[in-house]
Design a protein around this ligand. Structure first.
Ligand SMILES: Nc1nc2c(ncn2[C@@H]2O[C@H](COP(=O)(O)OP(=O)(O)OP(=O)(O)O)[C@@H](O)[C@H]2O)c(=O)[nH]1
Ligand SMILES: [Mg+2]
Length: 603
């Protein structure tokens, strides 16, 4: 046990890719926590997807022993956090488990949208903020300007900003010294009854739920009985440990410390992230800790197996995946066109992509995924209110009193030469201006209120291409507002395909229907008959394209008797077919259902 005075808990927060995980590497290296021969890039990004995509998805807490310049021994608990906006709830709960935060800023990019968002999250938690500029080794580093931008953002003086290169290690030692000097030690009572905050959990097939806690008061040992505040359920501690970054078993966890325990907990719902855990039976002696906002699903899409017989496998896969990521939701759904499937809810579009990729990769499922939508609030003429998460549930207009859609407060940071491009994009997406502010000589923050449905389709890509990669975006859900929406049906070969139905604001419904039809014409292959593709609003056809019948024999071009070539071609065709979904008499490729994501705007 380390006394509170010698513990420092801090998180590294930043915009995506500003170098948090790399800085964590250098800290692990400099402190000797990881021996040189075991060191590799981004040690704390251990998931396959994290390594492949080069981004952090899950926050990780590691314990690091550190001897400061004056010879004092400290226990540092470092939490590396994700930078992507979909996972900002990971950042906020990490910050709640800490007393300090390193706010890292890329020297070539300066403060970006998530820099600002994360700064506010840290301030909300009253954490001590240590501003650090990273990547000063880069030839394109604008260190001096970025310093000014950081000061404009958080106040203070130049000397209070540390300069580091997480790549070559310059300045990192000084940052560690600042942490032990400036971040206050945790407060808590080591002699009070045990009380801890659950900030993360994951499921292990053998050990059950592994619960990550920040201990506030007291101590737990193996064999102790604990109780969960939210459910009142009791468990016996079977294992206690810390990540160093490898799992290391220890006997106890005390006030101020961060670590994990296992207690043969079989249901993830028994270890609520944000809940207070305490020594069983001491209910009257402990107060619940302030929890977290529960992450809300904002984006919804349907997942159908390409092969109907894979439905059971999809069910099993979702149940298993949910044990490790309870931030998505799933509910059985039946589509007239696609059969049985699930409607899933996600924190954002990247989260959706990740779940989709995991299902396809880890569970080898071939899936049809529909265009993501948001959750609408519907008020009926009899005044009752319901939420719908799928365009197919959209009720008949005659019963509608009001439709409300989710709105976001959105912050965009961009160099000033792209202000025009950003405003243009924002206005095309029904955004309402909320002001502009300079954070440096030539960087601005633009604020908007914008419907979430406009943000989730392609907005970030367009922002990036309009600002040559320099613009960045952060958003936060903030209520519902009335919207003028219609349902656009898509008919393939005369049949409405429910999985292609979408909702649109009335103003652009017709042009979106038209683009969708055009897009489908180029994604659905030719058949032996003509296939009309139509868009309809309230039963009225607003756009039509026809896929002409296929006349030529595909193997005709393999003139003569080269049978192997012919066979190869047929093989290829068969393979192509495997990714098709049969809807009526038409085979629609998997990708076609996401066609609306790729609709080109009239720009
Ligand atoms: N030149 C240079 N490159 C750096 C430095 N620090 C990080 N990088 C590079 O920047 C990229 C992003 O680094 P990461 O450490 O993954 O960034 P991150 O902030 O953890 O990213 P997310 O977790 O996805 O938000 C990687 O290619 C790193 O090699 C630095 O000091 N100098
Ligand atoms: Mg990272």
């Amino acid at each position: 046990m380390t006394d509170l005075e010698h513990i420092r808990n801090f998180a590294i927060v930043a915009h995506i890719d500003h170098g948090k995980s790399t800085l964590a590497d250098r800290i692990l290296e400099i402190t000797g926590a990881v021996p040189a021969k075991r060191m590799h890039d981004r040690m704390l990004d251990t998931m396959d997807l994290e390594r492949e995509r080069g981004i952090t998805i899950k926050a990780v807490a590691v314990r690091i022993p550190y001897v400061s310049a004056d010879g004092t021994e400290y226990q540092l608990n470092l939490i590396d956090t994700p930078g992507h906006v979909d996972f900002s709830y990971e950042v906020s709960r990490s910050l709640a488990a800490c007393e300090g935060a390193i706010l890292l800023v890329d020297a070539s990019q300066g403060p970006q949208a998530q820099t600002i968002a994360n700064l506010y999250l840290a301030l909300e938690q009253d954490d001590t903020i240590i501003p650090v500029i990273n990547k000063i080794d880069l030839p394109q580093a604008r260190t001096e300007e970025v310093k000014q931008e950081v000061i404009n953002l958080i106040g203070g003086h130049e000397e209070e900003i540390s300069l580091v290169s997480a790549k070559d290690g310059r300045g990192v030692k000084e940052v560690l010294e600042r942490i032990v000097r400036e971040v206050p030690p945790p407060q808590g009572d080591p002699d009070a009854p045990f009380r801890a905050l659950i900030f993360d959990s994951h499921f292990d097939t053998y050990r059950g739920v592994i619960v990550y806690v920040r201990v506030i008061d007291g101590k737990i040992r193996i064999g102790d009985s604990i109780e969960m505040m939210a459910t009142g359920r009791k468990f016996e501690i079977s294992e206690i440990g810390v990540l160093t970054p490898w799992e290391q078993k220890i006997d106890s966890l005390s006030a101020g410390e961060v670590g994990f325990f296992a207690a043969t907990i079989r249901e993830t719902s028994d270890a609520h992230v944000g809940d207070t855990v305490f020594l069983a039976g001491k209910h009257d002696k402990v107060k619940p800790l302030p929890g977290y906002r529960v992450p809300k699903q904002m984006v919804f899409a349907s997942f159908y197996p390409v092969e109907p017989e894979d439905y059971q496998r999809l069910t099993k896969a979702l149940e298993k995946l949910y044990l490790n990521d309870s931030s998505f939701s799933f509910q059985q759904e039946m589509s007239a066109a696609l059969g049985f499937g699930y409607r899933l809810g996600f924190l954002g579009v990247l989260h959706m992509e990740i779940v989709q990729e995991r299902l396809q990769r880890e569970y080898e499922l071939e899936l049809v995924v529909t265009v993501p939508t948001v959750r609408y609030e519907i008020e009926f003429t009899d005044r009752h209110v319901a939420y719908i998460e799928s365009p197919a549930q959209f009720p008949d207009r005659t019963r509608l009193a009001d439709i409300r859609e989710p709105i976001c407060d959105c912050t965009i940071v961009t160099p000033k030469e792209f202000i025009g491009a950003v405003m243009d994009l924002a206005h095309r997406r029904r955004a309402v201006d909320q002001g502009m502010q300079y954070i440096g000589a030539d960087r601005v923050t633009l604020k908007y209120r914008i419907p979430l449905s406009e943000l989730i389709i392609d907005f970030n890509d367009r922002l990036k291409s309009g600002t040559r990669g320099y613009g960045s975006l952060d958003y936060e859900h903030s209520g519902y507002e009335s919207a003028d929406l219609v349902k656009v049906d898509i008919l393939v070969h005369g049949e409405a395909v429910d999985a292609l139905t979408f909702l649109s604001d009335t103003g652009s419904a017709q042009s979106k229907g038209r683009s969708m039809v055009v897009k489908l014409r180029s994604t659905i292959p030719r058949h032996l008959f003509d296939i009309p593709i139509q868009a309809a609003i309230g039963g009225r056809i607003v756009a039509r394209e026809t896929i002409k019948a296929l006349r030529k024999d595909v193997t005709a071009k393999c003139y003569g008797g080269d049978i192997t070539r012919k066979r190869k071609l047929l093989e290829q065709q068969k393979k192509g077919k495997q990714k098709m979904k049969q809807v009526g008499s038409v085979s629609i490729p998997q990708d076609a259902f996401l066609a609306a994501l790729k609709i080109k705007e009239d720009e």
